[in-house]
Design a protein around this ligand. Structure first.
Ligand code: BGC
Length: 481
C-alpha cells in the first residue's frame, strides 16, 4: 500500500484525493456493478427464457446457478493471474470475458448456448471479484482503505437494485435478452476506465519494476514521499520472499490464521442466508401473503433492493471510523433477531390461510419489516466488511492467491445456498431454514468476537507483521473498535 505508512506513522494528508484515485474508485464501482447486476437479474429473466426455450426446471436451475460455479473457477484462477499479469490486466481480461459472455447470452439461439454464456459471464465476474477489490485495497491510502473496498460492496448493491428495476420494467414483455445483454454496457465502461490507469505500486514492486511503481505512486498520491514509501513496500516484500510463491505457501502454517479467518468469514457471509433472500425474495413475499406478482416485485425492489443500497452507505461512511469488529458484531446480532422473528412469523403464517387479494395479515407485514431489518443489518456489516477484511489480512506475497481462495469459498457457499434453499424449505419448512440461518449468525458473532483481530487503522504491512506475533494478534482480537 503506497501511502499507507505515511498516513499512519507520519503526518497524514487526508484532504487530498487525486484524480487517479477517483478513477480507481470508478473502476471498483463498475466492477461491483457488474457483480451485483448479475446476482440480481436472473430472477426476472427466467420466465421469458422458459417460454422461449421450453426448458425443464432442472435446466432453469442450471441457467440460474452456473454463474456462481463459473465465478468460483474464475476467482480461483484470478489469484494466480493477478499475481502474474498484474491487477490491471486481470481486470481488463475480466471485462472482456464479461462482455463476450453477455453477448452470447443476449443472442443465444438455444438453452445450451445460453448456459455457455452464463458460464463465461460467471467466469468474468469471478475474476473481477478478486482483482478489483485487491486493486482497490492496494491503491487506497490506509485511512480510506475500508471505505474504498466498501465502495465495491455499495456498487454490488446498486447493481442488484438496477437489476431488480430492469426486471420490473421489462417483466411484461419478453425482454430477457435485453435484461442479460444490458450488462455488457458497464463491462465496456470498465475497460475504458481501466485503460489509462497504472497497476498498483505494490504489484510493480513485486514484479521488480521500481520505476513504474514510482510513477504509479506519484499518480495516485502526488504528495507522497515516493522513495521512502517504496522502500517500505520493498521491505515488506523482502520479508515475504524467503518462501516461495506457491499454493503450498498459501496453505502453510505461517499464514494459516489469516487464511482460516478469511475463508470462515467468506463462508459465514453466505451461510447466514443473504442470497437466499436476494434470489428468492419474490417467493418469500408470496409465501408471506403478497399475492400479486406486482406487489411481490415492488416489495423486492424497495424492501430488499433499495434498503440494501441505503444501509451500505452507512458502512462506507463508518467502516474506517468505527472499526470492522463492532460493525460485524452489531450486524450479526441484528440479523439474528430479524431471522428469528421472520421464522416465527412463518410458523404462524403456515398455520392459517391468507387472503388472495394481498397482504392481509400482521404476520406478512412483520415478515416484511423483519426482512428489511435483516438486509439493513447485513448491508452495514457482513456485506462490505467481509470483503474489506479478506482484502487486507493477507501478506503481499500470498495475497493474490489467498484472496482468490477466500473468494472462491464465498462463491461455493453462495452456490450451495442458492441451489439448496428451496429443497431445504421442502424438508424443514421456511421457519426451520430461517432459524438455521439465525444459527449461523450466532456462529458469526462468536467467531468474530473470539478470533478476529481488528484491522482498522493498521497499514497492510502492520497487519502482515502482526501474524508472526501471537501477542500482537491477541491484542488486536481484544480490541473492540
Ligand atoms: C455478497 C453477495 C451478495 C451481496 C448482497 C455481497 O457482499 O458477497 O453474495 O449478493 O453482498 O448485497
Amino acid at each position: 500500500m503506497s501511502q499507507t505508512e505515511q498516513n499512519v506513522s507520519t503526518a497524514p494528508n487526508k484532504s487530498k484525493i487525486s484524480m487517479a484515485l477517483l478513477a480507481v474508485g470508478l473502476v471498483i464501482m463498475l466492477a461491483g456493478l457488474l457483480f451485483g447486476y448479475d446476482q440480481g437479474v436472473i430472477s426476472g429473466a427466467l420466465d421469458g427464457i422458459k417460454k422461449d426455450f421450453h426448458v425443464s426446471t432442472f435446466l432453469l436451475e442450471v441457467i440460474t446457478s452456473w454463474v456462481t460455479l463459473g465465478a468460483m473457477v474464475g476467482a480461483l484462477i484470478a489469484g494466480a493471474v493477478a499475481d502474474r499479469l498484474g491487477r490491471r490486466w486481470t481486470i481488463l481480461l475480466a471485462s472482456v470475458l464479461f462482455t463476450i459472455g453477455a453477448l452470447i447470452e443476449a443472442f443465444a439461439p438455444n438453452a445450451a448456448i445460453l448456459v455457455i454464456g452464463r458460464l463465461v459471464v460467471g467466469f468474468g465476474v469471478g475474476v473481477a471479484s478478486v482483482a478489483a477489490p485487491l486493486y482497490a485495497a492496494e491503491m487506497a491510502p490506509t485511512h480510506l482503505r475500508g471505505r474504498f473496498v466498501s465502495l465495491y460492496q455499495l456498487a454490488i448493491t446498486v447493481g442488484i437494485f438496477i437489476a431488480y428495476l430492469v426486471d420490473y420494467i421489462l417483466s411484461h414483455s419478453s425482454g430477457w435478452r435485453a435484461m442479460l445483454g444490458v450488462s455488457a454496457v458497464p463491462a465496456v465502461l470498465l475497460v475504458l476506465a481501466m485503460l489509462p490507469l497504472p497497476d498498483s505500486p505494490r504489484w510493480y514492486m513485486t514484479a521488480n519494476k521500481r520505476a513504474q511503481a514510482a510513477k504509479a505512486l506519484a499518480k495516485v498520491a502526488p504528495d507522497a514521499n515516493v522513495d521512502a514509501e517504496l522502500d517500505q513496500i520493498q521491505a515488506a516484500i523482502d520479508e515475504d520472499s524467503k518462501s516461495s510463491q506457491s499454493w503450498g505457501t498459501v496453505f502453510s502454517k505461517q499464514w494459516r490464521t489469516p487464511l482460516i479467518i478469511g475463508i470462515t468469514l467468506a463462508v459465514l457471509q453466505q451461510f447466514t442466508g443473504i442470497n437466499a433472500i436476494i434470489y428468492y425474495a419474490n417467493q418469500i413475499f408470496a409465501a408471506a401473503g403478497f399475492k400479486s406478482p406486482d406487489s411481490q416485485s415492488l416489495a423486492t425492489l424497495w424492501a430488499i433492493g433499495a434498503v440494501n443500497v441505503i444501509a451500505t452507505f452507512v458502512a462506507v461512511a463508518w467502516v474506517d471510523r468505527f472499526g470492522r469488529k463492532p460493525l460485524l458484531l452489531i450486524g450479526s446480532s441484528g440479523m439474528f433477531i430479524s431471522l428469528v422473528v421472520v421464522g416465527a412469523m412463518f410458523l404462524k403464517l403456515n398455520s392459517h390461510k391468507v387472503d388472495a387479494g394481498g397482504v392481509t395479515t400482521g404476520e406478512g407485514l412483520i415478515t416484511l419489516v423483519g426482512l428489511v431489518v435483516f438486509i439493513a443489518c447485513f448491508a452495514f456489516s457482513l456485506g462490505p466488511i467481509v470483503w474489506t477484511v479478506i482484502n487486507e489480512i493477507f501478506p503481499a506475497e500470498v495475497r493474490g492467491k489467498a484472496v482468490a481462495a477466500a473468494t472462491a469459498a464465498n462463491w461455493l457457499a453462495a452456490w450451495a445456498v442458492s441451489q439448496f434453499f428451496l429443497t431445504l424449505v421442502d424438508w424443514i419448512g421456511q421457519t426451520g431454514v430461517f432459524w438455521l440461518f439465525a444459527g449461523f449468525c450466532v456462529v458469526t458473532f462468536i467467531f468474530v468476537r473470539q478470533y478476529m483481530p481488528e484491522t482498522k487503522g493498521r497499514s497492510l504491512e502492520e497487519i502482515q507483521a502482526m501474524w508472526s506475533s501471537p501477542a500482537k494478534v491477541k491484542e488486536a482480537v481484544a480490541e473492540r473498535g
